[in-house]
Write a protein that binds this ligand. Structure first.
Ligand SMILES: [Zn+2]
Length: 342
């Protein structure tokens, strides 16, 4: 695919499309137009159903409500946490929801009769940037939430690995000697140093170091959570500001030293819950990346921006992915329901 061709793919696509974001604590769906505007919205709070049938029923109910205002045969895109096999749309939720592999795409296609695509939430979020003001650039999307998800769009194409798995920058080992074990089992992954759970760990350590300090007082009143630590940073708490600055620098250094020589992106986009930190996270990222690349002399620094669609990035990206992929799939004569490999 040539540089800049993504926009024309969108122009030919079936829009509007339905996009659904399956998160750890809520499911949000919307009917989305070609500019990424959400025309209608549905939301279900609480943890998604803990079994295949329950989750399938929830998604089907959401699709049935959203399709009322949509043209016949509207395509549906789902962006979800967990390991997703593309194009089968089978999701392994083991790390997130405690249950095994779910045939999300097959179940939703059979239930709704609509064409469905299912992808990893960070991939969907990365794809949302193809509809923003900088469409068709090569983009690294960093979803800095509880963990650290990532999606790459290179020259208008979403990068996928073997078995359709997405690129996982979060599990790039950058500090093997530092002793921080990651959820994946390795030691020194970027996620173990810069993510929501790493912020909590460092916040807890800061409280233990200074049990009479301002942060300890705040934590006694509000408890210790990512949200409380973000608020502390936004209120100027020096301990949390130091932690956030270190995380930003680690992320920027990783991009400058490890990512750019392999995948030279034009832009690095920050989304996820920790995007609420805004410039507190973005400025040290940019600074550390520039510093690393100034030494290399090979690559121009990418631009660092916040996610165009903010909290709707996964929803909008999933809808745009469906609008792009479903006509391509049908044009290629592929079966609507791809059988899972034996
Ligand atoms: Zn890891």
């Amino acid at each position: 695919m040539e540089r800049g061709s993504t926009a024309s793919v969108h122009a030919m696509s079936r829009l509007p499309a339905i996009g659904i974001d399956v998160g750890a604590s809520k499911v949000v769906g919307g009917l989305v137009d070609g500019e990424g505007r959400v025309l209608a919205r549905e939301e279900r709070r609480g943890t998604p159903a803990s079994d295949e049938a329950g989750l399938g029923a929830l998604l089907l109910d959401m699709v049935e409500k959203l399709r009322v205002a949509a043209p016949d045969g509207v395509p549906v895109g789902v962006g979800t946490a967990g390991l997703v096999r593309w194009p089968e749309g089978e999701v392994d939720f083991a790390a997130n929801h405690g249950h095994g592999r779910v045939k999300l795409r097959r179940n939703l296609e059979r239930g709704s009769g609509l064409p469905v695509v299912v992808d990893n939430d960070a991939n969907a979020a990365a794809w949302s940037e193809t509809a923003g003001p900088f469409a068709a650039e090569s983009v690294l999307f960093l979803a800095v939430g509880t963990g650290l998800g990532s999606g790459f769009v290179m020259n208008g194409r979403l990068m996928r690995g073997p078995r359709g798995l997405g690129a996982e920058l979060g599990h790039l080992v950058v500090d093997p000697g530092g002793g921080h074990r990651c959820t994946c089992g390795l030691v020194g992954c970027v996620e173990a140093l810069a993510s929501g759970w790493a912020l909590e760990r460092e916040g807890r350590a800061a409280v233990a170091r200074d049990p009479r300090g301002a942060l300890a007082g705040r934590v006694r009143t509000h408890g210790l959570s990512v949200r409380v630590l973000i608020d502390a940073a936004l209120d100027g708490d020096p301990d949390v500001l130091r932690i956030v600055d270190g995380m930003g620098r680690r992320l920027g250094r990783t991009v400058g030293e490890n990512v750019m020589s392999l995948l030279p992106v034009d832009r690095v986009v920050v989304g996820g819950g920790l995007a609420a930190l805004g410039r507190l996270l973005l400025d040290p990222m940019r600074g550390a990346c520039d510093k690393a690349l100034a030494r290399s002399r090979c690559y121009d620094s990418p631009r660092f921006t916040m996610s165009t669609f903010r909290a709707d990035a996964v929803l909008v990206g999933a809808a745009l992915l469906a609008a792009t992929e479903v006509p391509a799939r049908e044009g290629a004569g592929l079966p609507e329901d791809v059988p899972a490999p034996a």
